[in-house]
Design a protein around this ligand. Structure first.
Ligand SMILES: [Mg+2]
Length: 240
């Protein structure tokens, strides 16, 4: 494929792995839209969908973890402390799925993201996601953006089941699964510790420092404010 060869010669990058929060979606969307939506929806979800296996299973897990506490009270306590506990994440996921399904929720990416990802995809780059949100949550986000379902842009969706984002071994595992070459893969994230881990695994790295999120730019990785800047820094396809 001529376009892909040109890309390889120009920047040496043929694959891009992307974080979500702070990289393609504003941190504010997660904290000011998604989390409050789930908190508001959970009482009704427990009250009306308690017979569904997934809900029953999560409630049983809560009872096993914290015997004798009302499930909703425990969920609220976990949310107050921003804890990433299995049954909480499962129930939040169900609430978000319902919100996306009814149209109450739409994922609002940074405005530069979809145009850039479409150009990169059309230019022959392979794209994949690596986020601490579950694979199901990742698919919900990209399946319900303000511009519709864009899951087709991505070859893979990776979550913490493959390992933590601050461990080099996780990036090696993703590359092995995808069949990607470390030196030709670019990892994009707002978090320096994640970029350090990816660099230790041999990936190229670039930090997204989004002014609207107040991300502090580090000094150990190239820094870009938008995906257009990333494209310029790494000679990625940028013609529509
Ligand atoms: Mg992030």
């Amino acid at each position: 494929m001529i376009v892909a060869e040109a890309v390889t010669q120009a920047g040496g990058i043929d694959s891009v792995l992307l974080d979500i929060e702070g990289t393609t979606i504003p941190v504010a969307f997660v904290h000011q839209v998604l989390f409050p939506y789930a908190r508001e929806a959970l009482p009704g979800l427990l009250a009306t969908r308690g017979d569904e296996p997934a809900v029953r299973e999560a409630v049983a897990e809560i009872a096993a973890l914290v015997p004798g506490v009302a499930p909703l009270a425990q969920l609220n306590a976990w949310m107050d402390r921003d804890e990433k506990i299995g049954p909480l994440k499962a129930l939040q996921g169900l609430a978000w799925a319902e919100g996306y399904r009814t149209g109450a929720l739409r994922a609002a990416l940074y405005p530069d993201v979809l145009p850039a990802l479409r150009r990169w995809h059309a230019g022959g780059l392979r794209l994949a996601v690596y986020s601490s949100g579950s694979e199901a949550a990742q698919r919900l986000i990209y399946g319900h953006t303000t511009e519709g379902d864009v899951r087709g842009l991505f070859d893979g969706f990776h979550d913490l089941r493959i390992g933590g984002k601050r461990e080099a071994e996780s990036y090696r595992a993703i590359l092995a699964e995808a069949g990607w070459v470390a030196g030709r893969t670019l990892f994009l994230s707002d978090i320096v510790a994640e970029l350090d881990a990816a660099a230790a695994a041999g990936l190229r790295t670039c930090q997204l420092a989004r002014p609207e999120d107040g991300t502090r730019a580090g000094d150990t990785h190239p820094v870009a404010a938008t995906l257009d800047e990333v494209a310029r820094l790494f000679a990625l396809p940028d013609t529509p």
